[in-house]
Each structure stands twice: as structure tokens, then as C-alpha cells.
Design a binder for this molecule. Structure first.
Ligand code: NAI
Length: 303
């Protein structure tokens, strides 16, 4: 295995939210080991978002300092993301990397979902990532450098029973990332999304022991830390990672069927072409909105 010390982050300042436990803790430790100065943010609550404690962030900061690294704790909720970024600017004078990782669960089947459960998930995952990222955005634009990570989920990509709130939020983060990647391109700000699977307290009880042993949280961080390196040009992408495996996802579109322009067509016509519309043989992979839309509009216009 390559020594992780080969990718250095000296002089870089990284904010990792929810870094007091699980996957975020591993990101913070690996970044610090690679030379970054790290803001270890954690509210220190339970998995449903209740409670608060300084201990989670303090212990990780202590661990980083004990190993010779540089880190500062922050205990704010990501919903007050501007205060987290203020901690970075006050202590280190800059912010280069934002890893939006903090998360909670409020699982409930949809017929029983309450507004409070829906909003709590939205507020921590979506609004929290927005608040932290927006506070870091102008400093990143001004310095022509930034690396941002969103933490999505397989539930967001594939859906999951009891997680309508969570899956909505998690795939929303990917679309947030796609547009940020476009807006940040000229200022060297890259944004990517990961969908991790790891044996943290959020995953406890979901998987049997032999799987939990294979999906260590530390296996996610090398991908995230690489995506945050100055030599990494990747942006706007989505990666699944777990058990030491990493893969990239993309949209796939069937060749589809075009009804003749200028002629009306009925639901029954759509039904008749359904096999063709849903057949992925010869599928394409549009990389951006312009490519996606102009390709079928031009084909329909015969140009
Ligand atoms: P975890 O529960 O071990 O760690 C999450 C941390 O976020 C906790 O330390 C918690 O105190 C902190 N946190 C929660 N709400 C916060 C808030 N409002 N402000 C600041 N900190 C807050 O969970 P884990 O598994 O490490 O999760 C990390 C991220 O990965 C989450 O976004 C989660 O949704 C995502 N994820 C995890 C998966 C897994 O298999 N563990 C699967 C898919 C996604």
C-alpha cells in the first residue's frame, strides 16, 4: 500500500463536521496525519439529533494533538455553519477544505412520518451542509482554492424503507454538489459526493457482525482525503465506498423513442413504445445538462 504521507496537506485548513465519531473522526485523523490543520466539529448528540456534549470533539482533538497534529474543536450544530467556519478563520486564518459529514437518522415508514422527523433530517443534512458550505464559499473564491465533500448515502441513490426523509436529503446533497461544481469550476473549487457504508453507530444493528468487521470507517477516508488534495481534478462526481472498495457512479439514459415533431401523441402511443423507452441497450451517459438536453432536442429536430 502507498504511504498516505505522500499526499501532504501542509498549510491547508480543513473543517470536518460530525468529526467526533464514526466516519468523520477518521477523516479528521487522516487529514491531520497528512499535515492539515483541522477543525473538529461535533455537536456531541445522539443518533437522532438529541442532546449535546463537548466530549466527542474534545477527544478527537486530544488524539490528534497527542500524535503531533494540529486541531481545534468546535461544538456548534452544522445548522449554525457560519460559526464553524468562523472558528477556522479565527484560529487559522483560512479554510481550504470542507467535509460535510455530520448526520442523524429519524427513520419512520412514510405513513407515520411526522413533520418534525422530516424537518430534522432536512435541517441537519441539507440545511447544515448549505450553511457550512456557504460560509466557506467566499473565502474559497477569494483564495482561488477549495475542496468540498458532501456525504450522501446508498439510501439516497437506491431508496430505502423507512428513510424517505433521509434518502431525499442524501440525494439532494448530490444535486447540490453538481451545481456547486459548476459554479466553483473557475475558482478552483471542487465539490464531490460520497455514499459510504461503514460500521459506525448509525450502522449498528443493521448489519451482522462479520459485515461490520469488513466495513471499517477508516476505509472511507483515503477516498475523501484524495478528493480534497490539490492535485485532484475530480469535481461534481459521486462515489460509493465501503469495505475497502471504491467505485464511481454516473447517470445512464436509454436511447429512448422520439415521436415525430409537430404531431400529437397519446398515452396509448407512449404505452406502445414503452419497451423502447425503457430499454438500456445502447445507453448513453450524459455528463452535463447541456449535453443531455441538446442531444435529444437536436435529434428530434433532425439536425
Ligand atoms: P456517527 O453517528 O458515528 O457520526 C455522526 C456524527 O455527527 C456524530 O458524532 C454526531 O454527534 C455528529 N452530528 C450529528 N448532528 C450534528 C449536528 N447538527 N452538528 C454537528 N455534528 C452533528 O455516524 P457516521 O456513520 O459516521 O455518519 C457520518 C455520515 O455518513 C452521516 O452523514 C451519515 O448519514 C453518512 N452515512 C453513513 C453510513 C454508514 O454506513 N455509517 C451510510 C451512509 C451514509
Amino acid at each position: 500500500m502507498t504511504e498516505d504521507t505522500e499526499l501532504r496537506f501542509d498549510e491547508r485548513v480543513a473543517v470536518v463536521t460530525g468529526a467526533g465519531a464514526g466516519i468523520g473522526r477518521e477523516h479528521a485523523i487522516l487529514l491531520a496525519r497528512s499535515g492539515a490543520r483541522v477543525i473538529v466539529n461535533d455537536l456531541g448528540g445522539d443518533i437522532h439529533g438529541g442532546g449535546k456534549s463537548n466530549q466527542a470533539a474534545d477527544l478527537v482533538v486530544e488524539e490528534i494533538k497527542y500524535s503531533g497534529g494540529d486541531a481545534v474543536a468546535n461544538y456548534d450544530s452544522v445548522e449554525d455553519g457560519d460559526r464553524i467556519i468562523e472558528t477556522a478563520l479565527d484560529h487559522y486564518g483560512r479554510v481550504d477544505i470542507v467535509i460535510n459529514n455530520a448526520g442523524i437518522l429519524r427513520d419512520r415508514s412514510f405513513q407515520n412520518m411526522t413533520d418534525e422527523e422530516w424537518d430534522a433530517i432536512y435541517n441537519v443534512h441539507v440545511r447544515g451542509s448549505y450553511k457550512v458550505t456557504q460560509a466557506a464559499w467566499n473565502p474559497m473564491r477569494d483564495q482561488n482554492y477549495g475542496r468540498i465533500i458532501m456525504t450522501g448515502s446508498a439510501a439516497g441513490i437506491y431508496g430505502n424503507f423507512g428513510q424517505t426523509n433521509y434518502s431525499m436529503a442524501k440525494l439532494g446533497l448530490y444535486s447540490f454538489c453538481r451545481s456547486l461544481a459548476i459554479e466553483g469550476r473557475k475558482r478552483n473549487i471542487h465539490t464531490n459526493t460520497i455514499a459510504p457504508i461503514a460500521a459506525s453507530r448509525l450502522a449498528a444493528g443493521i448489519f451482522p457482525d462479520e459485515i461490520l468487521n469488513a466495513i471499517k470507517s477508516e476505509y472511507i477516508s483515503p477516498l475523501v482525503v484524495w478528493l480534497c488534495h490539490e492535485s485532484c481534478e475530480e469535481s461534481g462526481s459521486l462515489f460509493e465506498a465501503g469495505a475497502g472498495w471504491i467505485g464511481k457512479l454516473r447517470w445512464e439514459r436509454s436511447p429512448g423513442h422520439g415521436f415525430p415533431l409537430g404531431e400529437s401523441f397519446s398515452p396509448a402511443d407512449v404505452k406502445e413504445q414503452w419497451g423502447k423507452i425503457t430499454d438500456f441497450k445502447g445507453a448513453t451517459h450524459p455528463a452535463n445538462g447541456e449535453e443531455a438536453i441538446t442531444s435529444f432536442v437536436k435529434a428530434q429536430m433532425g439536425v
